[in-house]
Write a protein that binds this ligand. Structure first.
Ligand SMILES: C[S@@+](CC[C@H](N)C(=O)[O-])C[C@H]1O[C@@H](n2cnc3c(N)ncnc32)[C@H](O)[C@@H]1O
Length: 281
């Protein structure tokens, strides 16, 4: 197997970003902000991942998250699913860039079920944050051994304008995460979902590598596809998307029935008793 040099990898990422100029302009237009002529360089600067950190968002996801932060200018972001800390760092850097990071207090609150990185148990969750520039790291608060249910309880009533869900992708886990976060979310707040096209990504990977993968999971895709309220569907990159909490803030488990209680969308995991209560089952 050939290993890419960091420069070669950066060049590939730059090309990918340039090929997705339409997505960059689309997201920014949704929020009434102008596209940036030099966005590819800016995204690359914010997405400077630790070399050992795998299993993180890709560079196109980084572009979208950064644009959404710039558009929403949230006072705080909740993230579910920390892993190495790559996306938490991206979010914090984007908040610094657009001047909504406040006075140095944590503004990115990232929650993970596990204390270690899922791809390497010798590394603590969020280790990449410890290796990053201190002024960004200081903006991130990590909690481990927790889920979206804890996040929703901690931030209930805080009118969070943006959350990023990138945790358990098995159906119906992402529905549980969204339901759990609702008490914390502002009416009209945005919840960004990662891996909204994971089954197709898995198929592509299997074909390319000639191997089988165990991550062909439908949770984020089925939730995103069946969302009946406002959502952000990108023109080209399909593996990230955002759903918007209705302006009146009301959403019940009933809204999710079409995807949770549907024989065409079989469950891929067994939710905890607390999660079952959220699902109203
Ligand atoms: C794909 S990784 C997150 C990657 C990270 N967002 C990034 O881009 O750098 C998924 C993470 O979710 C965590 N996780 C799995 N189930 C979870 C749950 N129910 N609640 C919170 N975290 C969970 C895993 O331990 C793992 O670290």
């Amino acid at each position: 197997m050939t290993t890419l040099t960091p420069d070669a990898r950066t060049e590939i990422w730059r090309q990918l970003l340039l090929e997705h100029a339409e997505d960059h302009a689309f997201v920014r237009a949704q929020f009434g902000i102008a596209a940036e002529p030099d966005y590819a360089d800016r995204v690359l600067a914010s997405h400077n991942t630790a070399p050992w950190a795998v299993g993180s968002i890709g560079v196109l996801d980084a572009m979208v998250l950064r644009d959404m932060v710039h558009g929403i200018r949230p006072g705080r972001v909740i993230e579910i699913g920390t892993a190495a800390g790559t996306s938490a760092l991206l979010l914090a850097r984007a908040m610094r860039e657009c001047g909504c990071a406040g006075d140095g207090e944590p503004v990115v609150h990232t929650f993970d079920l596990h204390p270690w990185c899922y791809f390497d148990r010798s590394r603590a969750v969020g280790s990449a944050i410890d290796e990053a520039e201190p002024e960004t790291a200081a903006l991130i608060r990590r909690r481990v051994g927790v889920t979206a249910i804890d996040a929703g309880e901690e931030f209930a009533g805080h009118n969070i304008e943006m959350a990023f869900v990138d945790a358990d992708h098995r159906h119906p886990a992402p529905v549980v995460d969204v339901l759990a976060l609702l008490p914390a979310m502002a009416p009209g707040g945005w919840i960004v979902l990662h891996d909204t096209n994971l089954p197709a990504e898995a198929d592509r990977y299997e074909k390319l590598k000639g191997t089988r993968v165990d991550w062909k999971q439908h949770g984020a895709k089925w939730l995103f596809d069946s969302w009946r309220h406002e959502k952000l569907v990108l023109p080209r990159h399909k593996n990230i998307g955002a759903i918007r909490v209705p302006a009146d803030g009301t959403l019940t488990a009933e809204e999710f029935r079409a995807c949770v209680d549907n024989p065409a969308m079989p469950w891929e995991m067994e939710p905890s008793p607390a999660a079952m209560r959220l699902l109203d089952l």
